[in-house]
Design a protein around this ligand. Structure first.
Ligand code: TYD
Length: 199
């Protein structure tokens, strides 16, 4: 087992995972990365998310898996030298694509190459607070109240039913009433307590 850890952040849109994953990555001198990626497949995915292309939900699931396959190569390479912090990973596919009606077994099977992360940091947030944070910039297909509610429920299902369980399990942090700094300190504290990062 490598000395560096693969840490994944997940949460509903507006949970603060992008800010928090970047901040953590800076604090531990890690490599910050995200999905969908900036690669060619990732760019195509963003066009689908903006509603510019209308693909079936299975096609979108396959695109996310293809984008991830390339991403996994980068992650594995980076892990040889530093911790890797990823903003979204396979859990996003399990949550969002099943909401679009794609079968869970299909998703797991097309993602069979996906390496297990060491830990999943799930940032929970009240849906109304998430909508306030998203403000007027809401434009992607999943960023509406009903979908956010469903997404939040499915993330809880993953944690409760231990789906695609990371090596060291899950960390759940409620960010609803916390400032960015408070959440950041809490994440560092728990990761140290669990022995994922050094004291
Ligand atoms: P998001 O993190 O919101 O990117 P950005 O903040 O740059 O817009 O991710 C875009 C959307 O993609 C988000 O609504 C969740 C969705 N998504 C999936 O549906 N499946 C996946 O496998 C991934 C990684 C993301």
């Amino acid at each position: 087992m490598g000395k560096y850890k693969f840490i994944v952040f997940e949460g509903i849109d507006g949970s603060g995972k992008t800010v928090q994953s970047k901040k953590l990555s800076e604090s531990i001198n890690g490599y910050y990365t995200y999905e969908p990626t900036d690669g060619e497949i990732g760019k195509l995915i963003r066009r689908v998310l903006r509603g510019e292309i209308d693909y079936s939900s299975e096609t979108l699931a396959l695109l996310f898996a293809a984008d991830r396959r390339e991403h996994v190569s980068t992650i594995s390479r980076e892990l040889e030298n530093r911790h890797v912090v990823s903003d979204r990973y396979i859990y996003s596919s399990i949550v969002y694509q099943t909401i679009q009606g794609v079968d869970l077994d299909f998703i797991l099977s097309i993602n069979r190459f996906a390496i297990k992360p060491d830990i999943l940091v799930y940032l929970d947030v009240d849906v109304e607070e998430a909508l306030r944070r998203l403000g007027k910039y809401r434009k992607e297909i999943f960023e509406n109240r009903d979908t956010l509610r469903l997404v939040r429920e499915r993330y809880w299902d993953i944690v409760k039913n231990k789906i695609f369980k990371p090596r060291y399990g899950y960390i759940v942090i409620d960010t609803t009433k916390k400032s960015i700094e408070e959440t950041h300190r809490e994440i560092l504290r728990v990761l140290k307590e669990r022995g994922i990062i050094e004291q």
